[in-house]
Design a protein around this ligand. Structure first.
Ligand SMILES: Cc1ncc(COP(=O)(O)O)c(C=O)c1O
Length: 537
């Protein structure tokens, strides 16, 4: 039997090309970052991972060009041998400082960083705990080892705990997860993972390919976002997204990084990052550190787009980041939507199985700090028109009225909750209960607000709230509730975290921008003052 027979017999790609619906390997002739030219047509790019728009930044392009002139186009060798330049080491020193880890090591791509690091860290008697939604390179890394691989359901902490209970207590364990999941734009449940780490003892490796530069106050990633940066033992990342270049990094304790440096075959037996890519990553790092306004604009855009898509009735899944999927379901419908959008001047990425589960085909959209409101509004207009034409969304914006309740908190703060879907966790009769010796917020008044929430959003909301409630160990009425003492015993920190999660859900549900939400209680108080002559207290 000819080993090539499978290739000669495989027809799907040829059929798809002939149908004109083949969405992959589209050559781009000009690239300005937020706009590209494809097949002669100027197109708004909402498919790239250049979150901070640095790949086309003048300083980044100039740094790459200068490095090519100074060092040549390639080192033509491995880091291990002749392929280490001073700028490779400078980049590693600066990244270790940025990532607040003892040491950092660069690879030629993010893919080989993860593959090589995982293979170096895991031995025959070790166990890899991997999220089923992890990126291909994490999965492939585990396949290169003799370690046992235990896959837990995506972000399912109960399933992870079950796996931990079944695992040999004495084995070395490495939990490997994406920080930001690359297809659906949701986050690893790091708080839940860290709770289990404290209980069972294992190391955590976070691939923050889509988190670096994007998540956290300083752009250090998902760990920083959750205030758990120090709990992440090994961070990996790529320069092919926010950093606008090519290459990857692993950072952690000095000895661990040094071990990887001398064991990772994908680094030792591959040519090093080329000089222009190193210089571009260095220039980008400088901008990531010094221009937080880029990150702020990116988040503003992400909020705008997600709210607008949801208001139109598109299903944006579980996204909470600048990666916003448009879930379509059926593969052909997804290809049709992709093609119609491209013809109308909007480039998206079609994502089909096996990259996602069967029946969950989608268009993946992602945003950049340099997208203008004009470009974004055009994207939204085109999506709405074509979405209606292809019957992916209803002609009339599907909407229903949902009561949103803003709870006024004494003495200083205010928090919002969704009544009906989400009752107050402390219940009306327990507003003054003690938790861990601290007085919990006194919820004294409720102001109601009618708002419009799209129907698919409510379903998503309920799913999310279920997840949030299971974190709290408390469920709304209708399900067996845990009593207040138990909630308090789990500590104020858990309660605060759940409340924050709910707050996030609330503003998304209401299609309200987070900054507007923060303003809203003040406006409501002012309105109430005007009406009653006094504030609620
Ligand atoms: C989560 C994740 N990890 C790793 C990679 C690989 O990074 P690179 O493109 O640098 O090889 C990607 C890129 O697609 C990714 O999305």
């Amino acid at each position: 039997m000819d080993v090539f027979a499978k290739a000669f017999e495989w027809k799907e790609a040829r059929v798809a090309r002939l149908s004109g619906l083949y969405p992959f390997f589209k050559p781009i002739s000009e690239n300005e970052g937020t706009e590209v030219v494809i097949e002669g047509r100027r197109t708004i790019m909402v498919g790239a991972n250049s979150y901070l728009s640095l790949s086309t930044h003048p300083k980044v392009k100039a740094a790459a060009a200068e490095a090519a002139l100074r060092y040549g186009a390639s080192c033509c060798g491995s880091r291990f041998a002749n392929g280490t330049l001073e700028i490779h080491e400078e980049l590693e020193r600066r990244l270790a400082i940025f990532l607040k880890k003892e040491s950092a090591l660069c690879f030629t791509t993010g893919f080989t960083t993860n593959m090589g690091s995982i293979a170096a860290l895991l031995g025959r008697h070790d166990i890899a705990l991997v999220d089923r939604g992890d990126h291909a390179c994490l999965m492939d890394g585990t396949q290169l080892t003799y370690a046992d691989v235990l896959k837990y359901k995506h972000n399912d902490m109960a399933d992870l705990e079950k796996k931990l209970q079944q695992a040999d207590k004495d084995s070395g364990k490495l939990l490997i997860t994406d920080g930001v999941f690359s297809m659906e734009g949701d986050l690893a449940d790091l708080p839940g993972i860290v709770e289990l780490k404290r209980k069972y003892g294992f190391r955590i490796m976070v691939d923050d390919a889509h988190g670096l530069g994007v998540m956290g106050h300083g752009g250090r990633g998902t760990g920083e976002h959750f205030g758990l940066h120090d709990e992440v033992d090994v961070i990996t990342g790529t320069f092919s997204k926010s950093f606008g270049s090519i290459g990857g990094v692993v950072a952690g304790q000095r000895e661990v990084v040094d071990w990887i440096k001398h064991r990772a075959r994908s680094m030792i037996f591959a040519a090093s990052m080329s000089p222009p890519t190193v210089a571009a990553a260095l220039a980008s790092l400088e901008i990531v550190e010094n221009e937080p306004e880029r990150r702020e604009r990116l988040w503003q855009i992400a909020g705008k787009m997600r709210n607008a898509f949801q208001a139109m009735g598109f299903n944006t899944g579980v996204s909470v980041t600048p990666i916003i999927p448009i879930l379509v379901g059926e593969q052909m419908k997804t290809f049709n939507l992709w093609k119609s959008l491209l013809e109308a001047g909007v480039f998206t990425n079609a994502v089909i199985p096996p990259a996602v589960e069967p029946g969950r085909s989608m268009l993946r959209t992602s945003y950049q700090a340099a997208h203008t409101d004009e470009q974004l509004d055009k994207v939204l207009d085109v999506f709405e028109t074509i979405g209606k034409r292809l019957k992916i969304i209803e002609r009339k914006r599907p909407a229903t009225t949902q009561r949103i309740t803003i709870a006024l908190r004494q003495p200083e703060g205010l928090h919002s909750h969704l009544e009906g879907v989400m009752p107050h966790p402390l219940g009306n009769g327990h507003a003054n209960g003690q938790a861990n010796g601290k007085t919990p917020p006194r919820w004294t008044n409720w102001v109601e607000l009618a708002t419009t929430v799209s129907r698919p959003r409510i379903t998503q909301l309920r799913e999310r709230l279920d997840a949030a409630w299971s974190l709290a160990g408390w469920r709304p009425p209708g399900l067996p509730p845990l009593d207040l003492d138990q909630l308090q015993a789990r500590g104020q920190a858990t309660f605060e975290r759940v409340r924050d999660a709910m707050e996030a859900v609330t503003y998304r549900a209401a299609n309200i921008d987070p900054t507007d939400l923060r303003e809203m209680p003040r406006k409501i108080i002012a309105r109430a003052r005007g009406r009653n002559g006094q504030a609620h207290d």
